[in-house]
Design a protein around this ligand. Structure first.
Ligand code: S3P
Length: 424
């Protein structure tokens, strides 16, 4: 359990936000498609992404890690005698389904008790439709998943959900399919896969919501990448600043990919003073985000949900501190994240004295006075960190904290720059 003390105003520069989780997973996996050694620096050394790295190793890649740069080389995906454990990571499991569907051999993917409850049909069904041999519990929906690599047919797939995980799984399958493939999504989801694979030389064209993928004629060029900091992790500190009067914070080295910073844009619409500065551009724009406190007002969020889906729990803390009624709609996907984030957010805010109305696809939060409570994370890292941030306003006890190591191992180190905490 952690006990958080309310914070005084602060002024900070933080350059140690955890490296981006989505890009770290992809760097490890995509290295297996290259014809040489990929070099990855600032790889996220958290449970989720280290699990992906371990799986890549089990699939035959050679990994040299000097603690700073991870070098990965592979001469093709090899069958493994190990069960491939994705831990808590939906991204790991769903993307590996796409990558392994066409590989030579038989593979088993599993995960922790939370991941084994999350829906996998969203990838197993479209993959099976193009010839992949996948099976799983509950008619293909629940891990463990077994995969027997097969030849895949070209496809034109129109997805009903805006999910980067589904899109990425299908793009990885398309690279080995027997013709040109197209994937269309209802709203643009994060696009790291397209950017990184194109950077490696894959023939991928994006036209609005439609992505066209030509199968790989040969292996791709290796990746050379410094993983930028994760905007979803940085956002906890953005909210910390936005709810602590007279504070400001400069968050450095973050990916400023437009599909990832929508939560900062929402916070800006609520009144926070936010500036962005691009300092680099490799695969995607990277730079600094400067947040300054200003009183917050309520907001309605109903569009581009996938651009801020991971940040909605933290944003709910800003909404609780804002004047007026904030509404989140069209966010049913929250129910199938690491926890059912609609019910975990609603219950925890209610326990903290905030009036909240729950809907099938979101919630309505009446801004008010947060009062310290004891909140259980339900094993969900983003719930744990969001309510620790709430504690900066009102004091808070949060339990079940190991999950924070899945994405942000140095979170406590950084939070102690803002306030005193007691961990026990
Ligand atoms: C991710 C995509 C999102 C996001 C997850 C990471 C990715 O999930 O919630 O944390 O790296 O592709 P969906 O694609 O299921 O929306």
């Amino acid at each position: 359990m952690v006990e958080v003390t309310p914070a005084e105003k602060f002024s900070l520069i933080i350059s140690e936000i955890a490296p981006d989780k989505s890009i770290s997973h992809r760097s490890a996996m995509f290295s297996m498609l290259a014809n040489g050694t990929s070099e990855i620096s600032n790889f996220l050394r958290a449970e989720d992404t280290m699990n992906s790295l371990e799986i890549v190793k089990n699939l035959g890649a050679k990994i040299q890690d000097d603690g700073t740069i991870i070098k990965i080389s592979s001469d093709g995906i090899k069958e493994s005698s190990e069960i491939l454990d994705c831990g808590n990571s939906g991204t790991g499991m769903r993307l590996f389904c796409g990558l392994l569907s066409s590989a030579n051999g038989h593979f088993i993917l599993t995960g922790d008790e939370y991941l084994r409850r999350r829906p996998m049909k969203r990838v197993t069904t479209p993959l099976k439709d193009i010839g992949a041999k996948l099976d799983a519990r509950k008619d293909g929906d629940l891990a463990p998943i077994s995969i027997r690599g097969a030849s895949l047919e070209a496809f034109d797939y129109e997805s009903k959900i805006a999910s980067a995980q589904v899109k990425s799984a299908m793009i990885l399958a398309a690279l080995r399919a027997d013709g040109v493939c197209t994937y269309t999504e209802p709203e643009l989801s994060r696009d790291h896969t397209e950017r990184m694979l194109k950077g490696m030389g894959a023939e991928i064209e994006v036209d609005g919501l439609k992505t066209t993928i030509k199968p790989m004629k040969e292996l791709l060029s290796p990746l050379t990448i410094r993983v930028p900091a994760d905007p979803s992790s940085a956002f906890f500190f953005g909210v910390a600043c936005a709810i602590t009067p007279d504070s400001d914070i400069l968050l450095e080295g973050i990916t400023l990919n437009p599909t990832r910073i929508e939560a900062f844009k929402a916070l800006e619409r609520m009144g926070a003073d936010i500036n962005y500065e691009i300092t680099d551009n490799k695969y995607e724009p990277i730079g600094n985000i400067h947040v300054k406190y200003a009183p917050l007002k309520a907001i309605t969020i109903e569009n581009n949900i996938s651009w801020l889906i991971d940040e909605l729990p933290a944003l709910s803390i800003a909404m609780a501190c804002a004047t007026g009624e904030s509404i989140v709609k069209n966010a049913e996907e929250l129910r199938v994240k690491e926890s059912d984030r609609i019910s975990t957010v609603v219950d925890a805010l209610r326990a903290s004295n905030i009036e909240v109305h729950e809907y099938k696809d979101g919630y309505r939060i009446i801004g008010g006075e947060l009062i310290g409570a004891t909140v259980d994370s339900h094993g969900d890292h983003r719930i744990a960190m969001s309510f620790i941030i709430a504690g900066l306003r009102c004091g808070m006890k949060v339990t079940d904290l190991d999950c924070i190591n899945t994405s942000f191992p140095n979170f406590f180190e950084l939070i102690q720059k803002i306030t005193k905490i007691k961990l026990n």
